[in-house]
Design a protein around this ligand. Structure first.
Ligand SMILES: Cc1ncc(COP(=O)(O)O)c(C=O)c1O
Length: 362
């Protein structure tokens, strides 16, 4: 931890690896010997071509993607994907399955329905305030796709494994857990993630799309809303968010070269989450809000005995150098977002603070 930096538990935009920030700082005025900043370089230059191609190559290696898959960078955040997915992938008469596990799933459903599509919400955890991931779901075998939110940033739940649906491509909003662990891409037709939680700054969304999905894209869509436009132009039909993509490249490099890949990342993340959940479980003062078998490795949500104590906790934490612990404004309580870039030392420091706070206020 550098002296002038806090322990950052923000939900997104969130902590980035210090090594990445330092590399950006060191190369900011003179990128790769160009005499220009990455923020000043043409997206048509060799310099930027190397950046975007390396970001894609590293993503491919980390996720074991074969040639069937395309890695795209699109603006408009994950929220734009809520609209582009049904717009591009549902044709006349098609229906799609959605699982509702909270706010972001609900927004994805809304954007699909608003376009006049028939959506089947095949499962929901709304009955228990979205505190769990539904099990034994009956998906429709004739659905054009099935959409899930792999990690529910607000409620602190995460799919431990993904449903296997014969013949139906799975689509996942992985905004808050992409690259936190390895997963088998083969059952997915499309995966998307706003970069600003686990893989970069705000301003770009990574979309991984399978070739056969691209074949569904209707001709008569505006160019900027078509996946085929991004796939055929290496995400550079128009000016891409160069700085954001550059940062994603560096995060991928960090994952490969400093962490050593996603198996290693998963091990680190499991250990971090274990330390924090054990602190919560061993106390009567803190209460986890997600059901244990649905708990997220990335967003740890918990309550204190009352709202006044929660307010004091968040304030005193901030004074002690722990930022971002307030729960989402829609649910209250507390949340520690412990994405890939949050080091185990930050979790250890936080659990010490929590134990101390409990001793004084419990
Ligand atoms: C799981 C998930 N999906 C979608 C979004 C919305 O992302 P964006 O702001 O990039 O549109 C968020 C933002 O917090 C999220 O956590």
């Amino acid at each position: 931890m550098k002296e002038d930096r806090i322990y950052n538990f923000n939900a997104g935009p969130a902590a980035l690896p210090l090594e990445v920030l330092e590399e950006i700082k060191d190369s900011f005025l003179n990128f790769d010997g160009s005499g220009m900043s990455i923020a000043e370089i043409s997206h048509r230059s060799g310099w930027f071509n190397n950046v975007i191609n390396d970001a894609i190559a590293r993503t491919r290696r980390l996720l074991n993607l074969d040639d069937e898959f395309h890695v795209l960078f699109i603006q408009g955040g994950a929220s734009m994907q809520f609209c582009m997915i049904p717009m591009n992938l549902l044709r006349e008469g098609d229906t799609a399955d959605y699982v509702n596990t909270g706010t972001w799933s609900a927004k994805a459903i809304k954007e699909a329905e608003i376009q006049g599509n028939t959506i089947d919400v095949v499962a929901s955890s709304e009955d228990k305030n979205f505190s769990y991931i539904p099990k034994n779901i009956s998906f429709n075998s004739n659905a054009a796709y099935a959409h899930i939110t792999s990690n529910n940033t607000i409620k602190g739940t995460q799919w431990a494994s993904y449903p296997e649906i014969d013949g139906v491509p799975l689509i996942a909003d992985m905004s808050s857990d992409i690259m936190c662990r390895p997963f088998d891409i083969d059952q997915f037709g499309l995966v998307y993630a706003g970069a600003q939680k686990n893989i970069g700054p705000a301003g770009v969304c990574m979309v991984i799309i399978r070739d056969d999905m691209l074949k569904r894209v209707p001709d008569m869509l505006p160019s900027m809303l078509k996946y085929t436009t991004y796939a055929s132009k290496n995400s550079m039909y128009n000016t891409p968010p160069c700085f954001a993509i550059y940062t994603v490249q560096l995060v991928m490099k960090w994952l490969e070269e400093t962490i050593g890949g996603l198996e290693k990342m998963a091990e680190i993340n499991l250990n971090k989450a274990k330390i924090l959940y054990e602190t919560i479980d061993s106390s009567d003062f803190y209460k986890g809000t997600a059901q244990p078998d649905s708990r997220s490795l990335m967003n740890v949500t918990f309550r204190l005995p009352d709202e006044e104590l929660e307010k004091r906790f968040v304030e005193q934490a901030m004074e002690s150098g722990f930022g971002g612990l307030k729960g989402h404004r829609s649910v209250g309580g507390c949340r520690a977002s412990i994405y890939n870039a949050t080091p185990v030392t930050a979790i250890e420091a936080l659990t010490d603070f929590m134990k101390n706070f409990e001793q004084k206020n419990g």
